[in-house]
Design a protein around this ligand. Sequence first.
Ligand code: TMP
Length: 203
Amino acid sequence: MNKRGKFIVFEGGDAAGKSTQAELFAAKVNALLTREPGGTKLGERIRSLLLVPDGDVLLMPKAELFLMAAARAQHVKEVIEPALEQGRNVVCDRYSASTLAYQGFGRRLPIDEVEEVVGFASYGLEPDIYVLLDISLEVALTRKSLGGDRIEDEGQSFHERVLEGFRRLASDNPASWVVVDASRSIAETAETVNSLVLPRLGD
Ligand code: TMP
């Protein structure tokens, strides 16, 4: 029987360089690279509903939460869990912590209720490790002006709450999180990610 793969999730605010780091790390550990919301045909359709601004479609915070959750439920069963069971490592660009940070801290839905939805949607599947690419909003804004999708279009205080949310999640659970200063170059950040995460994957 195959040894179960490791499940590594990259998290952070917008413009933290998360997708680049997830890609580099996935190549390093020969992992399946996937993302949320998305990762399946259904999930990618839900992603367009969630992120493409459409002046005609009003999306309430709870509707946003359940669409994120629907995409995750599909993703876990269709892609992530089967890959892990086959012994494949999986690197995911965002997962449940993003829902807590964005829909909980950002949209201010009650955290305990968001946690329940997240646990139900993910069938309780937790990553082996969460990597938080931590960056201040000031630095994020020098990299790119946020805006372009429906969530990035939110104001600065929303994004501050999201960043604070990620930091709180990481500090509340140091056994599952590593926090990496993502304000440095891509190569320096990747080196720190490797040095902190590889030893924790163990055997
Ligand atoms: P990305 O730009 O990192 O691909 O992520 C897409 C956006 O979706 C980003 O603004 C964060 C947001 N998001 C949530 O609000 N909740 C979630 O559960 C996930 C996975 C993403």
